[in-house]
Design a protein around this ligand. Sequence first.
Ligand code: TXA
Ligand code: MG
Length: 316
Amino acid sequence: MKTEILPAEDPSTLRRAATALREGEPVALPTETVYGLAANALDARACARIFEAKERPLSDPLIVHLPGLEWLERVAVANATAIRLAGIFWPGPLTLVLPRQPIIPDIVTAGQETVAVRLSAHPVFRQIALNTGTPLAAPSANRFGRISPTTAEHVRAELDGRIGLIVDGGPCAHGIESTIVLVADDGLRILRPGPISAEDLAAVAPLHGAEAADDVVVPGSLKSHYAPRTPLDIESEPAPHPKDGLLAWSPVALAGFGAVEVLSATGDPREVAANLYAAMRRLDAAGLRRIVALPGPETGLGAAIMERLRKAAARG
Ligand code: TXA
Ligand code: MG
């Protein structure tokens, strides 16, 4: 299959994407977090093609992206807390795990009684979802276990020949995946840290410890995830080596590495997150022995970035 990248600025691209989605084909789309591989969430066969293209195990459920808020209660059972969170953080990088409605096929939830839902803030994604007229199931548009794509070219590097269409909406603003939160009657549990921080959520509802309930599949629960092929270590005082690449949050005076990626001139975590996956991909392509990442602060968005680095560093 030939994989085309078409510009989002061209109105015919949006029409083609919606038509392909309605016909049951998966299409890669930009979101404000990372690129997603979307399919009609109400069509089990279309969703099966996502798993096939990504080589994703069927045990790993998909996030359902709503065309508008009015879809929330058609796909999920939303309590008062869920409706409050949606009112505050949607459209945006927050995914809510809620009891499912029967309209959602089993393949999307991996047979679980919950469904993960979000409303993307990306204007291209929103327009295509509206034109398609159905919720869109969309995992990150990478092969399973690999680094999430933050540009159309990254998607091509992951899925070339496996999907027909990539809609190019430029680089993603946040650069890391949405925060996933389990909404229970007695409060919230963060299942995956992300752009909406624990501090943001705790201001809205009681936040329980990070340990997940027994009956919930924890996102990215495999220890290794978001992983480059080159081994990655987190070290605060690495010894320079010409075969090692350095991944730094802010400018550092460290000579002797084979390659250096500075993620932000000022160490701004938002900029670090936005540049993280592209920098990891460049270092991964540089033929290095290993990548050494310097650690950063563990608060706010920093916590989500550190979680991604730890997953990238985990072997096996
Ligand atoms: O920012 C994002 O969330 C991106 C964009 C494309 O929206 N999507 C994304 O999807 O990161 P994915 O599939 O790469 O990661 C979603 C995670 C998976 O680890 C999955 O296990 C988890 O969400 N998940 C999905 N449904 C769930 C559910 N019902 N309960 C618990 N975890 C769930
Ligand atoms: Mg993913």
